[in-house]
Design a protein around this ligand. Structure first.
Ligand code: HEC
Length: 190
C-alpha cells in the first residue's frame, strides 16, 4: 500500500507539527533564544541583603570613579545627580523620605549595601548588563557610597567591608504582616 499525502494531509501535519524547526530550544514559542553557559554565568549571582553570595574581588573609590565616568555618567550624571529621561539620581535626598518631596536614591533609600552589588552586577550598565567584573562592581559601589558620604573614599570594598556598611536608611523598613489580608478573598463582593 502506498501512502499518499494530499493537500488536506499536509494541512493536518502543519496543524499538529507547526513549524517543527522551532524545537525544545525555545519551548515552541517563536521568540527568544537559548542562553549559552557563558551568557548565564555573566549574570548568575544572587547576593542577599546580609552579604550572603558576595563573590571574591575588591575595588576602590578611585578605580570606581574612572569606571563610573566612562560607563554610567551619561545616564546618571557626572555628579550622580541623574539625567532627565535617562537615569535617576544615585545620591542625595538623605532624610527626605518623610517630607513632601521624597527623593529616593541609593544614599537615601537603600537599606543594605550588599544589594547594591547584586543590582549593579545584574542590571547595570543599562545597555550592557552583566558586563562588569566583580572587582569593577566593588569599585563602582565604593565610588557611589563614597560620593554619598556613607563610606570614606579610602575604604576598599570587598565582600566583608561592603557587608559591614551601615546605610543611612537601614532602619527605614519594617516587616508589615498586612493584618486582614488573609481575609480579603472572602470580603470581595460577588
Ligand atoms: C543607558 C543609560 C544607563 C546607563 C549607561 C546606566 N544606567 Fe543605571 N539606570 C538606568 C535606568 C533607566 C535605571 C532605572 C531602571 C529601572 O527602574 O528598571 C537605572 C537604575 C540604576 C540604579 C538604581 C537606582 C534606584 O535608586 O532605583 C543604580 C544604582 C544604577 N542605575 C547605577 C548605574 C551604574 C553604576 C552604571 C554604570 C556601571 C549605570 N547605572 C549605567 C540607566 C542607565
Amino acid at each position: 500500500m502506498t501512502t499518499k499525502i494530499n493537500a488536506h494531509g499536509v494541512l493536518l501535519m502543519l496543524m499538529f507539527f507547526p513549524l517543527s524547526g522551532l524545537s525544545a530550544d525555545n519551548n515552541g514559542y517563536n521568540f527568544g533564544k537559548k542562553l549559552s553557559e557563558p551568557d548565564i554565568r555573566k549574570i548568575d549571582t544572587t547576593v542577599m541583603s546580609n552579604g550572603q553570595g558576595l563573590p571574591a574581588g575588591s575595588g576602590s573609590y578611585i578605580v570606581g570613579k574612572e569606571l563610573y565616568l566612562k560607563k554610567c555618567a551619561a545616564c546618571h550624571g557626572v555628579k550622580l545627580e541623574g539625567v532627565a529621561g535617562a537615569g535617576n539620581a544615585l545620591i542625595g535626598g538623605r532624610n527626605s523620605l518623610s517630607s513632601n518631596k521624597p527623593k529616593k536614591t541609593v544614599e537615601s533609600y537603600w537599606p543594605k549595601a550588599p544589594i547594591l552589588f547584586d543590582y549593579l552586577k545584574r542590571a547595570m550598565p543599562f545597555d550592557a548588563p552583566g558586563s562588569l567584573t566583580n572587582s569593577e562592581v566593588y569599585a563602582i559601589s565604593a565610588y557611589i557610597l563614597g560620593e554619598s558620604n556613607v563610606i570614606d573614599a579610602k575604604t576598599v570594598l570587598d565582600a566583608k567591608s561592603l557587608t559591614d556598611i551601615n546605610m543611612p536608611n537601614k532602619d527605614g523598613f519594617f516587616v508589615w504582616p498586612r493584618p486582614g489580608a488573609e481575609k480579603q478573598e472572602n470580603t470581595v463582593k460577588k
